[in-house]
Design a protein around this ligand. Sequence first.
Ligand code: F6R
Length: 241
Amino acid sequence: MNIIEFKDKEQLGKEAAAFIARSIESKPDAVLGLATGGTPTETYKELIHLYQMKQLSFKQTRTVNLDEYAGLDSHHENSYMTYMKQHLFDHVDLPEDQYFLPNGHASNLEEECLRYEKLIQDLGGIDLQLLGIGQNGHIGFNEPGTPFDSKTHVIQLDENTRQANARYFSSIDEVPKYAITMGIASILSSKKILLIATGKSKAEVIKQLEQSEIHPDFPASALKLHPDVTIFIDSEAGSLR
Ligand code: F6R
């Protein structure tokens, strides 16, 4: 794991966007694995900027997102599909039939997980996976205890995760209790991984990530099994190292 610290989240966003752009430049039809949440918004803003400056095109790129809430229609204001459209898809030249998220509203969620895992395989696998990290060490929605050999599956969200995400909903009761997430094995099968973390609230988990043994109780420790992981943090997230 190569950890690089930047001054602040703005500089990190620029560098993460440049990292992703290099991947697309070297392989225009790359498959990008994408994340949602507060951390990547700056990165997506910079990717849109590169596109607007005509320095980057997503015309041939395919994207697969890590996760989606179960029970929310893709048009719901809090679905991750809506998030991705608002923060990236609607602002760049990525064709509509080239971006994919799990369907959290599928009538059979187990079948949806199998379909999504197969889709990733059919696309040729993920070239670059962008990850955030939860305060409990989750990657995707793989909560502590998730087996490292897990593929895309339905997961019950930790209370801690529901509370962290309640800021986007009118109350905690509105936050879904379940989600579909790529598994740890799905994430580890990506060719390259970029994890980003910003702010004081991530300082403890970044310290843990550096020091932890490889164990399912701390899902992000699985990244130590992957040969090509880069971690970008800002000075606040790095403040307890
Ligand atoms: C989001 C995801 C999660 C987030 C994590 C951090 O698609 O898979 O693992 O990356 O919960 O979220 P933020 O960035 O909001 O702190």
